[in-house]
Design a binder for this molecule. Sequence first.
Ligand code: SAH
Ligand code: TMP
Ligand code: ZN
Length: 405
Amino acid sequence: MSKCKICNQSIEPFMTFGKMPIANGFLREEDFKNEYYFEMEVGVCSCCHMFQLINQPEREMMFNENYAFFSGTSKHMASHFKEFASHVKNNYLPGENPFVVEIGSNDGIMLKNFADQGIKHLGIEPSANVAEVARENGINTITEFFDKSCAEKIINKTGKADAFIAANVMCHIPYMDSILEGIDVLLNEHGIVMFEDPYLGDVIKNTTYDQIYDEHVFLFSGLSVRNLFQRYNFELIDIEPQETHGGSMRYTLARSGKRKVSQKVHELLEQEKILGLDKAETYNTFRKNCEKYRDDLIATVRAIREKDHKIVGYAATSKSTTILNYCGFTSNDIAYICDTTPIKQGKFSPGVHIPVKANEEFKTNYPLYALLFGYNHKKEIMAKEQDYMKQGGKWIIYVPEVKVI
Ligand code: SAH
Ligand code: TMP
Ligand code: ZN
C-alpha cells in the first residue's frame, strides 16, 4: 500500500498510464538501450485531497546539467512572467530594499524583471545548464535544490525574504515538508508565497491528461493547497486562474491571520466542491475520459496514415511524452517532431523514439497534417505558421477534444 506524500494516509491508484520514460529525457540512439522507465500510476488522497503520482523517478534523473526545458523559448511566457513580477512588486514588496527568492528560476525568465529594476533577488535552480544562462544574464542564481537547509543558508547569508515565488516547480517536488519548513525559515513575518502550477480543475474539466508526467508529482487544487499550507500555519489568501500551460492557477499565501483572505478563495473552494474534486467518482470518470481521448486520437491518426498522408508533431513539449507513450505512437505514425530548442534537435523523443528536428525542416517541406503538441502556445504558433495554413496545412488538436482543423 502506498502513502500520501503530504499526509501519509494510505492511497490507492485510480489509474495507470503504463510504463513511461522521463518526459524531458530526449536521447540519442546509442542511449535507447539504457532508457529508464517507471510505472506511471496516479491517485488522490481521500484525506488531504492531493492528486499525485504514486511513484516518481529520483530528482537527479529529471533535473540535471542536461535539462532540456529552457523557459525563454516562449515569448508569451516572457510577457506572462513580466506581469507576475509586477503583481508581486506592486502588491507585496513593502518598504526599502525588499528581497525576492524564486525556486525553479530556470534561465531567469521571471527574475530578470526584478534584476532589471535593481531589486534584491536570488534564484535557486538545480539544473546547471539553465542556471548558467541566468547567471550569464546577470541574474543571481545558485545551483541547488531548494529545501530547509538551503533556506537556512540563504538567511544566514542574505537575511529573510519578503516574497517566495515559484512557477511550474512546486508541483515537481515530492518532499513538501522540507519545502514548507524552508519557506517558514526564509520568510519574514509579513512575507508572502506566490506560485502557479497547472490546475487540477482544468485537467479534470478538459481531460488534459498530458499534464500528468514524471515531473508533475502533484496536480494542485485550491483545496489541496489550502490543506497543505495549513499544516505550517500559512493561509491561502488569494487565487488567480491563468491561461498558461493549458490552464493554471496562481496561489498566494501568507502566515495565518496576517493578511485579508480574498472572496475569490471561498468561491474557488465552492466551485471545486461542485466539480467534485473531493470525490472518488470524479476520478473514475476522468479515467474513462482519458481512455476515450486516447482512443479518439489513435483513430484520427491511424485514419490519416491509412491514406498515406504524412503527420509531423509540432513542438516536443514535456506533455507530448505522455500522449505519445500512452497512445503508443511511433515514427510510423508521426514522421518527426519539430521544435525550436537546440538541445532537443537531432535527438529522439523519450520512450517512442520519434526524431526531433529543427523548425526549418517543417518550413521547407510542409506536411499535410501537424499534430499540435504545443497547444499551450497555440496563439504564438498560429501567428508564425500562417504560411503553413495558407497552403492547406491542417492541425490535429486534442484539447479540448480531438479534432482536425
Ligand atoms: N519557472 C520556470 C521553469 C519551470 S521548469 C517556468 O515556469 O518556465 C521547473 C524548474 O524547476 C527546472 O528548471 C528544475 O531544474 C527546477 N527544480 C526542480 N526541483 C527544484 C527544487 N527542489 N528547487 C528549486 N528548483 C527546482
Ligand atoms: P512546454 O509546453 O513544456 O512549455 O514546452 C514548450 C516546447 O515547445 C519547447 O520545447 C519549445 C517548443 N516550441 C516550439 O517548438 N515552437 C514554438 O513556437 C513554441 C512557442 C514552443
Ligand atoms: Zn494526503
